[in-house]
Write a protein that binds this ligand. Structure first.
Ligand code: SAM
Ligand code: SF4
Length: 337
Protein backbone atom coordinates (compact mmCIF):
# COMPACT_ATOMS: atom_id res chain seq x y z
CA UNK A 1 0.00 0.00 0.00
CA UNK A 2 1.31 3.51 -0.83
CA UNK A 3 2.38 5.49 2.19
CA UNK A 4 0.24 8.47 1.11
CA UNK A 5 -2.89 6.38 0.59
CA UNK A 6 -5.96 7.85 2.28
CA UNK A 7 -8.22 5.46 4.19
CA UNK A 8 -11.83 5.35 2.97
CA UNK A 9 -13.82 5.68 6.16
CA UNK A 10 -17.15 6.59 4.57
CA UNK A 11 -18.87 3.58 2.97
CA UNK A 12 -21.04 5.82 0.74
CA UNK A 13 -17.97 7.24 -0.98
CA UNK A 14 -16.71 4.06 -2.56
CA UNK A 15 -14.98 5.80 -5.43
CA UNK A 16 -12.07 7.28 -3.55
CA UNK A 17 -8.57 7.08 -4.97
CA UNK A 18 -5.06 6.86 -3.49
CA UNK A 19 -4.89 10.63 -3.24
CA UNK A 20 -8.16 10.99 -1.36
CA UNK A 21 -10.15 12.30 -4.33
CA UNK A 22 -13.78 11.30 -4.12
CA UNK A 23 -15.44 10.61 -7.48
CA UNK A 24 -19.05 11.73 -7.72
CA UNK A 25 -19.32 12.87 -11.35
CA UNK A 26 -20.01 10.29 -14.06
CA UNK A 27 -19.63 11.36 -17.71
CA UNK A 28 -21.42 9.09 -20.12
CA UNK A 29 -20.73 9.19 -23.84
CA UNK A 30 -23.89 7.97 -25.57
CA UNK A 31 -22.45 7.83 -29.09
CA UNK A 32 -19.14 8.23 -30.91
CA UNK A 33 -20.93 9.80 -33.90
CA UNK A 34 -21.34 13.46 -34.63
CA UNK A 35 -23.08 15.79 -37.07
CA UNK A 36 -20.00 18.09 -37.06
CA UNK A 37 -16.36 17.39 -37.89
CA UNK A 38 -14.54 19.88 -35.67
CA UNK A 39 -10.94 20.03 -36.83
CA UNK A 40 -9.50 19.49 -33.37
CA UNK A 41 -11.74 16.53 -32.65
CA UNK A 42 -12.43 14.41 -35.74
CA UNK A 43 -10.97 13.88 -39.19
CA UNK A 44 -13.27 14.89 -42.05
CA UNK A 45 -13.50 11.44 -43.57
CA UNK A 46 -12.46 7.85 -43.03
CA UNK A 47 -14.06 7.53 -39.62
CA UNK A 48 -15.00 4.09 -38.46
CA UNK A 49 -18.04 4.28 -36.24
CA UNK A 50 -18.93 1.74 -33.61
CA UNK A 51 -21.47 -0.88 -34.66
CA UNK A 52 -24.84 -0.57 -32.95
CA UNK A 53 -24.19 -3.79 -31.05
CA UNK A 54 -20.96 -2.31 -29.68
CA UNK A 55 -22.76 0.66 -28.13
CA UNK A 56 -24.14 0.31 -24.63
CA UNK A 57 -27.94 0.06 -24.80
CA UNK A 58 -30.08 2.49 -22.80
CA UNK A 59 -30.76 -0.35 -20.35
CA UNK A 60 -27.02 -0.98 -19.91
CA UNK A 61 -26.32 2.73 -19.42
CA UNK A 62 -29.18 3.04 -16.95
CA UNK A 63 -28.03 0.02 -14.96
CA UNK A 64 -24.43 1.21 -14.73
CA UNK A 65 -25.56 4.67 -13.66
CA UNK A 66 -28.02 3.30 -11.12
CA UNK A 67 -25.47 0.98 -9.55
CA UNK A 68 -22.94 3.80 -9.23
CA UNK A 69 -25.52 6.27 -7.87
CA UNK A 70 -27.05 3.85 -5.39
CA UNK A 71 -23.89 2.11 -4.24
CA UNK A 72 -20.88 4.24 -5.01
CA UNK A 73 -21.69 7.87 -4.28
CA UNK A 74 -22.13 9.21 -7.84
CA UNK A 75 -24.08 12.47 -7.53
CA UNK A 76 -24.10 13.93 -11.03
CA UNK A 77 -24.26 12.53 -14.53
CA UNK A 78 -23.25 14.35 -17.71
CA UNK A 79 -24.26 13.05 -21.13
CA UNK A 80 -21.78 13.67 -23.90
CA UNK A 81 -20.30 12.08 -27.02
CA UNK A 82 -19.58 12.39 -29.93
CA UNK A 83 -22.67 14.49 -30.22
CA UNK A 84 -25.20 13.13 -27.70
CA UNK A 85 -28.23 14.52 -29.52
CA UNK A 86 -27.59 12.33 -32.58
CA UNK A 87 -28.38 9.22 -30.51
CA UNK A 88 -31.97 8.29 -31.36
CA UNK A 89 -34.56 8.74 -28.61
CA UNK A 90 -32.16 10.57 -26.27
CA UNK A 91 -35.03 12.08 -24.21
CA UNK A 92 -36.02 8.52 -23.29
CA UNK A 93 -32.59 7.88 -21.80
CA UNK A 94 -32.77 11.19 -19.92
CA UNK A 95 -36.16 10.17 -18.54
CA UNK A 96 -34.71 6.87 -17.25
CA UNK A 97 -31.70 8.59 -15.68
CA UNK A 98 -33.79 11.39 -14.17
CA UNK A 99 -35.46 8.78 -11.95
CA UNK A 100 -32.12 8.35 -10.15
CA UNK A 101 -32.66 11.76 -8.60
CA UNK A 102 -29.21 13.18 -9.31
CA UNK A 103 -28.26 16.11 -11.49
CA UNK A 104 -28.38 15.16 -15.19
CA UNK A 105 -26.57 17.50 -17.57
CA UNK A 106 -25.41 17.40 -21.17
CA UNK A 107 -22.65 18.82 -23.36
CA UNK A 108 -23.78 19.42 -26.95
CA UNK A 109 -22.77 21.31 -30.06
CA UNK A 110 -26.27 22.80 -29.93
CA UNK A 111 -27.29 22.35 -33.57
CA UNK A 112 -30.24 20.05 -32.88
CA UNK A 113 -31.49 21.92 -29.81
CA UNK A 114 -34.11 23.90 -31.75
CA UNK A 115 -35.77 20.50 -32.29
CA UNK A 116 -35.27 18.76 -28.97
CA UNK A 117 -34.47 21.26 -26.20
CA UNK A 118 -38.06 21.17 -24.94
CA UNK A 119 -38.25 17.36 -24.91
CA UNK A 120 -34.96 17.12 -23.05
CA UNK A 121 -36.06 19.63 -20.46
CA UNK A 122 -39.38 17.86 -19.93
CA UNK A 123 -37.58 14.52 -19.66
CA UNK A 124 -35.64 15.85 -16.68
CA UNK A 125 -32.34 17.16 -18.05
CA UNK A 126 -31.25 19.80 -15.55
CA UNK A 127 -28.31 21.60 -17.13
CA UNK A 128 -26.91 22.16 -20.57
CA UNK A 129 -23.48 23.23 -21.90
CA UNK A 130 -23.28 24.28 -25.53
CA UNK A 131 -19.93 24.23 -27.32
CA UNK A 132 -19.28 27.02 -29.81
CA UNK A 133 -15.82 28.22 -30.79
CA UNK A 134 -16.55 31.07 -33.19
CA UNK A 135 -19.30 33.56 -34.00
CA UNK A 136 -18.07 34.10 -37.54
CA UNK A 137 -19.87 32.02 -40.19
CA UNK A 138 -16.80 31.42 -42.39
CA UNK A 139 -14.64 30.45 -39.46
CA UNK A 140 -17.40 28.23 -38.16
CA UNK A 141 -17.40 26.40 -41.48
CA UNK A 142 -13.64 26.06 -41.40
CA UNK A 143 -13.57 24.83 -37.81
CA UNK A 144 -16.53 22.44 -37.86
CA UNK A 145 -16.68 21.68 -41.61
CA UNK A 146 -20.40 22.44 -41.42
CA UNK A 147 -22.51 25.52 -42.20
CA UNK A 148 -24.60 25.39 -39.04
CA UNK A 149 -23.72 28.53 -37.08
CA UNK A 150 -27.32 29.80 -37.30
CA UNK A 151 -28.67 26.51 -35.99
CA UNK A 152 -26.33 26.65 -32.99
CA UNK A 153 -27.31 30.25 -32.23
CA UNK A 154 -30.98 29.20 -32.47
CA UNK A 155 -30.11 26.25 -30.26
CA UNK A 156 -28.83 28.58 -27.55
CA UNK A 157 -32.09 30.52 -27.60
CA UNK A 158 -34.10 27.27 -27.67
CA UNK A 159 -32.28 26.04 -24.55
CA UNK A 160 -32.97 29.29 -22.69
CA UNK A 161 -36.61 29.27 -23.84
CA UNK A 162 -37.06 25.65 -22.76
CA UNK A 163 -36.15 26.67 -19.21
CA UNK A 164 -32.52 25.56 -18.79
CA UNK A 165 -30.90 27.86 -16.29
CA UNK A 166 -28.07 28.51 -16.48
CA UNK A 167 -27.14 27.71 -20.07
CA UNK A 168 -23.36 27.63 -20.41
CA UNK A 169 -21.50 28.32 -23.63
CA UNK A 170 -18.05 26.73 -23.86
CA UNK A 171 -15.48 28.12 -26.31
CA UNK A 172 -12.08 26.52 -26.86
CA UNK A 173 -9.65 29.34 -27.60
CA UNK A 174 -6.88 28.70 -30.13
CA UNK A 175 -4.26 31.27 -30.99
CA UNK A 176 -4.40 32.40 -34.59
CA UNK A 177 -7.88 30.95 -35.02
CA UNK A 178 -10.40 32.52 -32.66
CA UNK A 179 -8.51 34.25 -29.86
CA UNK A 180 -9.68 37.62 -31.21
CA UNK A 181 -13.30 36.72 -30.38
CA UNK A 182 -13.14 36.83 -26.58
CA UNK A 183 -15.10 40.09 -26.32
CA UNK A 184 -17.62 39.03 -28.99
CA UNK A 185 -18.39 35.92 -26.96
CA UNK A 186 -18.84 37.92 -23.78
CA UNK A 187 -21.20 40.34 -25.53
CA UNK A 188 -23.27 37.43 -26.80
CA UNK A 189 -23.35 35.87 -23.35
CA UNK A 190 -24.56 39.09 -21.74
CA UNK A 191 -27.19 39.66 -24.45
CA UNK A 192 -28.61 36.16 -24.38
CA UNK A 193 -28.31 35.50 -20.65
CA UNK A 194 -25.82 32.61 -20.92
CA UNK A 195 -22.55 32.01 -19.06
CA UNK A 196 -19.57 31.98 -21.42
CA UNK A 197 -16.60 29.84 -20.38
CA UNK A 198 -13.29 29.86 -22.20
CA UNK A 199 -11.46 26.55 -22.32
CA UNK A 200 -7.76 26.10 -22.93
CA UNK A 201 -7.00 24.00 -26.00
CA UNK A 202 -5.82 20.53 -24.93
CA UNK A 203 -3.54 18.01 -26.69
CA UNK A 204 -6.40 15.67 -27.50
CA UNK A 205 -6.92 16.79 -31.05
CA UNK A 206 -7.59 14.43 -33.93
CA UNK A 207 -4.94 15.91 -36.23
CA UNK A 208 -2.20 16.25 -33.67
CA UNK A 209 -1.65 19.98 -34.40
CA UNK A 210 -1.78 21.00 -30.77
CA UNK A 211 1.21 22.96 -29.59
CA UNK A 212 1.72 24.89 -26.38
CA UNK A 213 1.94 28.25 -28.19
CA UNK A 214 -1.59 27.77 -29.57
CA UNK A 215 -3.03 27.66 -26.04
CA UNK A 216 -4.51 31.02 -25.05
CA UNK A 217 -3.85 31.12 -21.33
CA UNK A 218 -5.77 32.32 -18.34
CA UNK A 219 -3.83 35.59 -17.78
CA UNK A 220 -4.10 36.57 -21.42
CA UNK A 221 -7.86 35.98 -21.43
CA UNK A 222 -8.34 38.10 -18.32
CA UNK A 223 -6.27 40.90 -19.85
CA UNK A 224 -8.53 40.96 -22.91
CA UNK A 225 -11.70 40.89 -20.79
CA UNK A 226 -10.46 43.76 -18.62
CA UNK A 227 -10.06 45.97 -21.70
CA UNK A 228 -13.86 46.22 -21.80
CA UNK A 229 -15.39 44.91 -18.59
CA UNK A 230 -14.92 45.25 -14.90
CA UNK A 231 -15.27 41.97 -13.01
CA UNK A 232 -14.34 40.18 -9.83
CA UNK A 233 -13.59 36.53 -8.99
CA UNK A 234 -16.13 34.29 -7.29
CA UNK A 235 -14.84 31.83 -4.73
CA UNK A 236 -14.15 28.57 -6.53
CA UNK A 237 -16.32 25.59 -5.60
CA UNK A 238 -15.85 22.11 -7.01
CA UNK A 239 -16.23 23.41 -10.59
CA UNK A 240 -13.09 23.30 -12.77
CA UNK A 241 -14.01 26.76 -14.03
CA UNK A 242 -12.57 29.85 -12.42
CA UNK A 243 -15.65 32.09 -12.21
CA UNK A 244 -15.92 35.86 -12.47
CA UNK A 245 -18.94 38.16 -12.07
CA UNK A 246 -19.29 41.45 -13.92
CA UNK A 247 -19.41 44.29 -11.44
CA UNK A 248 -22.37 45.82 -13.32
CA UNK A 249 -24.43 42.79 -12.28
CA UNK A 250 -24.94 41.56 -15.88
CA UNK A 251 -23.97 37.94 -15.20
CA UNK A 252 -20.72 36.01 -15.15
CA UNK A 253 -18.06 34.29 -17.25
CA UNK A 254 -15.51 31.58 -16.55
CA UNK A 255 -12.16 30.17 -17.59
CA UNK A 256 -11.28 26.49 -17.59
CA UNK A 257 -7.50 26.47 -17.56
CA UNK A 258 -7.12 22.74 -18.05
CA UNK A 259 -3.59 23.09 -19.42
CA UNK A 260 -2.00 25.93 -17.44
CA UNK A 261 -3.81 25.38 -14.16
CA UNK A 262 -5.04 21.81 -14.24
CA UNK A 263 -7.71 20.88 -11.75
CA UNK A 264 -6.40 17.31 -11.47
CA UNK A 265 -5.91 17.75 -7.70
CA UNK A 266 -9.65 18.02 -7.18
CA UNK A 267 -10.83 15.91 -10.12
CA UNK A 268 -14.03 14.03 -9.25
CA UNK A 269 -14.77 12.60 -12.72
CA UNK A 270 -14.99 9.17 -14.22
CA UNK A 271 -15.99 8.50 -17.82
CA UNK A 272 -17.93 5.77 -19.55
CA UNK A 273 -17.30 5.63 -23.31
CA UNK A 274 -20.05 4.81 -25.80
CA UNK A 275 -18.76 1.24 -26.05
CA UNK A 276 -18.71 0.80 -22.31
CA UNK A 277 -15.09 1.41 -21.31
CA UNK A 278 -14.71 3.08 -17.96
CA UNK A 279 -11.83 5.56 -17.91
CA UNK A 280 -10.54 7.26 -14.80
CA UNK A 281 -8.92 10.17 -16.71
CA UNK A 282 -9.21 11.84 -20.13
CA UNK A 283 -5.49 11.30 -20.50
CA UNK A 284 -5.45 7.81 -18.99
CA UNK A 285 -4.03 5.00 -21.07
CA UNK A 286 -6.05 2.18 -19.50
CA UNK A 287 -9.70 1.31 -19.07
CA UNK A 288 -12.11 -1.14 -17.46
CA UNK A 289 -14.38 -3.08 -19.83
CA UNK A 290 -17.76 -2.44 -18.19
CA UNK A 291 -19.64 -3.67 -21.25
CA UNK A 292 -18.01 -7.09 -20.97
CA UNK A 293 -19.01 -7.23 -17.31
CA UNK A 294 -22.60 -6.15 -18.03
CA UNK A 295 -22.98 -8.69 -20.82
CA UNK A 296 -21.18 -11.41 -18.88
CA UNK A 297 -23.59 -11.50 -15.95
CA UNK A 298 -21.67 -9.39 -13.41
CA UNK A 299 -23.56 -8.57 -10.23
CA UNK A 300 -24.04 -5.01 -8.99
CA UNK A 301 -21.42 -5.67 -6.31
CA UNK A 302 -18.94 -6.90 -8.96
CA UNK A 303 -19.49 -3.71 -10.94
CA UNK A 304 -18.98 -1.43 -7.94
CA UNK A 305 -15.85 -3.21 -6.88
CA UNK A 306 -14.35 -3.18 -10.41
CA UNK A 307 -15.10 0.52 -10.87
CA UNK A 308 -13.68 1.28 -7.41
CA UNK A 309 -10.52 -0.59 -8.44
CA UNK A 310 -10.22 1.49 -11.62
CA UNK A 311 -10.64 4.71 -9.61
CA UNK A 312 -8.04 3.51 -7.12
CA UNK A 313 -5.52 3.20 -9.98
CA UNK A 314 -6.04 6.83 -11.06
CA UNK A 315 -2.87 8.84 -11.35
CA UNK A 316 -2.17 12.19 -9.74
CA UNK A 317 -2.41 14.34 -12.87
CA UNK A 318 -2.02 14.63 -16.61
CA UNK A 319 1.48 16.18 -16.82
CA UNK A 320 0.83 18.14 -20.05
CA UNK A 321 3.95 20.13 -20.82
CA UNK A 322 6.27 17.74 -19.01
CA UNK A 323 8.67 15.37 -20.73
CA UNK A 324 6.89 12.23 -19.63
CA UNK A 325 3.48 13.38 -20.98
CA UNK A 326 2.00 10.79 -23.35
CA UNK A 327 -0.70 11.97 -25.74
CA UNK A 328 -3.66 9.56 -25.50
CA UNK A 329 -4.42 7.54 -28.61
CA UNK A 330 -8.07 8.64 -28.57
CA UNK A 331 -9.59 12.06 -29.21
CA UNK A 332 -12.19 13.86 -27.07
CA UNK A 333 -15.08 12.52 -29.14
CA UNK A 334 -14.02 8.95 -28.47
CA UNK A 335 -13.36 9.53 -24.81
CA UNK A 336 -16.50 11.52 -24.06
CA UNK A 337 -15.26 15.06 -23.51
N1 SAM B 1 -20.28 17.11 -29.34
C1 SAM B 1 -20.43 17.71 -28.06
C2 SAM B 1 -19.83 19.10 -28.05
O1 SAM B 1 -19.09 19.45 -28.97
O2 SAM B 1 -20.12 19.82 -27.09
C3 SAM B 1 -19.92 16.90 -26.92
C4 SAM B 1 -18.60 16.18 -27.10
S1 SAM B 1 -17.20 17.23 -27.36
C5 SAM B 1 -15.90 16.06 -27.54
C6 SAM B 1 -17.02 17.90 -25.75
C7 SAM B 1 -16.17 19.12 -25.63
O3 SAM B 1 -14.84 18.79 -25.91
C8 SAM B 1 -16.51 20.27 -26.58
O4 SAM B 1 -16.77 21.42 -25.80
C9 SAM B 1 -15.27 20.46 -27.39
O5 SAM B 1 -15.05 21.81 -27.71
C10 SAM B 1 -14.23 19.93 -26.45
N2 SAM B 1 -12.98 19.55 -27.11
C11 SAM B 1 -12.80 18.65 -28.11
N3 SAM B 1 -11.48 18.56 -28.42
C12 SAM B 1 -10.84 19.43 -27.58
C13 SAM B 1 -9.47 19.80 -27.39
N4 SAM B 1 -8.48 19.26 -28.12
N5 SAM B 1 -9.17 20.71 -26.42
C14 SAM B 1 -10.15 21.26 -25.66
N6 SAM B 1 -11.45 20.94 -25.79
C15 SAM B 1 -11.78 20.06 -26.73
FE1 SF4 C 1 -18.55 16.70 -32.73
FE2 SF4 C 1 -18.26 17.83 -30.36
FE3 SF4 C 1 -16.18 16.66 -31.58
FE4 SF4 C 1 -17.15 18.90 -32.59
S1 SF4 C 1 -16.20 18.65 -30.55
S2 SF4 C 1 -16.65 17.04 -33.76
S3 SF4 C 1 -19.27 18.73 -32.15
S4 SF4 C 1 -17.96 15.64 -30.84
Amino acid sequence: MDSDRVANEDPTTTLIDRFGRVHTDLRISVTDRCNFRCQYCMPEEGLEWLERSELLSFEEIERTARVLVENAGVRSIRLTGGEPTVRARLPLLVEKLAKLDVEISMTTNGATLPLIADDLYKAGLTRINISLDTLDADRFHELTRRQDLDKVLEGIDAAVAAGFNPVKLNAVLMRGINHDEVLDFLRLGRERGVIVRFIEFMPLDAQGDWSADRVVGYDEILEIVSSEYSFEPVTRGSSPAERFVYTDGEGEFGIIASVNEPFCGSCDRIRLTADGQLRNCLFGLDHLDVRKMLRGGASDADLVSAVAGEVDRKWAGHAIGQVHFLRPSKSMSQLGG
